[in-house]
Design a protein around this ligand. Sequence first.
Ligand code: PLP
Length: 398
Amino acid sequence: MAFFNANYQKLSENYLFATIEQKVQAYKAAHPEKKVISLGIGDVTLPLPKACLDAMHIAVDEMGKAETFRGYGPYEGYEFLRKAIAEGDFRSRGVDIAADEIFVSDGAKSDTGNIGDIFAKENVVAITDPVYPVYLDTNVMAGREVKVIPCREENGFAPVPPEFHADIVYLCSPNNPTGSVLNKKQLEAWVDYAKKNNAVILYDAAYERFITEEGVPHSIFEIKGAKECAIEFRSFSKTAGFTGTRCGYVVIPKELMLTANGEKVSAASLWMRHQSTKYNGTSYIIQRGAAGIYTPEGRGEVEKLIAAYHKNASIIREGLLAAGFSCSGGVNAPYIWMKCPQGLSSWALFDNLLEKASVVGTPGAGFGKMGEGYFRLTSFGSTEDTVEAVERIKKAFA
Ligand code: PLP
């Protein structure tokens, strides 16, 4: 009999969404007359921009003709998309990232989950609490030591560089689940920490498009010196409705070097080796669709899409604040982080809202110990439902 990876036994069972679903189904069965509204969904609801669809239709037709048919593509992604990304997401914002520092993928979950493969098991990893669980679980699977950086209300839920040493640090801004962002000064402190500790920052910017406030960095590479110590992850999932279509990318600057046995190797070359061994490229059709985001029409449509989610976010945020609830996020992110009222635990609030308001959210405890006492609400529903959900929450606690 083959042995399995015993590190999997160390993973905590994540019953969060399964438990939520169970409770919601039981409630619906007991109250078939009630309309349940979910502000818990982490998936988008608005369809793909027309610019992406048009580009994909053309690509589909190309695949049907011998002269334009494409088989295996480049492991790192087609140049047309990498060039569009470098220009559209970085150079146009004054950030010096070239097309050959971009690696296209099927999304940020795969990239943030797989990047650990290029790092040695002996590295000490730091993650935040609360956290997007992929960072934790993939490192537990790899058998690495994981240390936790608590994110507290008094720091606006922003992680502060710790006293302890870490070799790899995961940061997520705009943040899931808290909706907070790291400002320039805070990111500078992290780059400084990375330099002092010879650490690498794994920067998840999957929600970058949701940044609205002036002065909030859109990329870690806006910080001086970050190209020597950071990798950045981006996703088209929430930007342009690609959660089911699947496309994202990772930026690994040429300057980033890793070391082993006295030898220095570029992180980008290790990642290329990884991808060429384990990945056969993102579909041509999907990459054409993603390039549609960078056309003038695509840009306009993405702006509208994000604006619609922002409108919902502000309905939740302003509605709750006006009613005397305490919450943050929702300005540069699709997530609102609500403090549980009346000292309720996050699961007690969940049960309360389901029972009294037929509204579903996500208990903060599901994102880590520090998430206890908080509740995540998302802006991905319809505006009509969002308005009604906020009214019902207010009534339930009036
Ligand atoms: N990173 C964060 C912080 C997320 O919240 C998510 C999705 O919820 C992802 C990455 C995964 O994105 P993708 O759909 O590109 O795999």
